[in-house]
Ligand binder design. Structure first.
Ligand SMILES: Nc1ncnc2c1ncn2[C@@H]1O[C@H](COP(=O)(O)OP(=O)(O)OP(=O)(O)O)[C@@H](O)[C@H]1O
Ligand SMILES: [Mg+2]
Length: 242
């Protein structure tokens, strides 16, 4: 039986990438339990499997072996359609390069996941505004195009887009990798607020000052989680950058 405070569980997760005859193991057996409301960071050298792990737990890609259980649902038992539905309902993604659509306004970018869900226009408006407010965004951004905002502001718009469906889990792959320190601080402040609001947050980062804002730091090497470290809140970027 799964305890229902476990929002995410990975069991002996393995991923092999085949290119021609060559097989590369992205993950070699990851076991992971994340409690509802936790803020987890994942650190490890380049090529250690961080993005692979995030893509598996975000149901963007299928593991070669092992299983993922999200909010009590065993992902391997689902059809592709059911997987897409689970992903849209439960997971919000944030990427290093924001991945906003440049020809759409900020409003339209945040609205996209709701349009994809087939939600009516009048219901969408409130949710877009609430998500941008929660991501600490300024409502005057709504009419702008992404390139009229700074990198840090664009990343907060991307967080709003990830939040708009009210997903249980927010996954972020190097969300501050393209940002200066003060923008990175604003983005982390946003993740901390989102987490206080109840969302589970999992962030992949190379930056110890980002990892120190979380509740638990997992260290991955060669496709295995090798240890867990205790973060130090005083060394979180929110506290170290003026
Ligand atoms: N699509 C792919 N095809 C083949 N090999 C891949 C693919 N994606 C990842 N790999 C390999 O799997 C391993 C893990 O890659 P992954 O991208 O997960 O690392 P990472 O920890 O995110 O690295 P970085 O810090 O550089 O982003 C690497 O050896 C990589 O070369
Ligand atoms: Mg990566």
């Amino acid at each position: 039986m799964l305890r229902d405070d476990i929002i995410l569980k990975a069991v002996n997760l393995k991923k092999a990438y085949r290119v021609g005859d060559v097989v590369t193991w992205g993950l070699r057996g990851v076991n992971l339990e994340v409690r509802r409301g936790e803020f987890i960071s994942i650190m490890g050298p380049s090529g250690s499997g961080k993005t692979t792990l995030l893509n598996m737990i975000g149901i963007l890609d299928k593991p070669t072996k092992g299983d993922i259980i999200i909010d009590g649902v065993r992902v391997s038992k689902l059809s592709s359609k059911e997987m897409a539905k689970l992903r849209n309902r439960k997971i919000g993604f944030v990427f290093q390069q924001f991945n906003l659509i440049s020809r759409l306004t900020v409003y339209e970018n945040i609205e996209l996941p709701l349009v994809a869900r087939g939600m009516k226009r009048h219901l969408r408006r409130r949710m877009v505004v609430d998500a941008l407010k929660m991501a600490a965004g300024d409502l005057t951004w709504l009419k702008k195009k992404p390139n009229q905002l700074s990198g840090g502001q664009q990343q907060r718009v991307a967080i709003a887009r990830a939040l708009v469906n009210n997903p249980a889990i927010i996954l972020a792959d190097e969300p501050t990798g393209a940002l200066d320190r003060s923008s990175a601080k604003a983005v982390l402040q946003t993740f901390v607020n989102v987490n206080k609001h109840g969302q589970t947050v999992i962030v992949v980062t190379h930056d110890p000052e980002v990892a120190n804002c979380s509740n638990r730091i997992l260290i991955i090497r060669d496709g295995i989680i090798v240890k867990e470290e205790e973060p130090c809140w005083d060394k979180c970027i929110i506290n170290t950058v003026k």
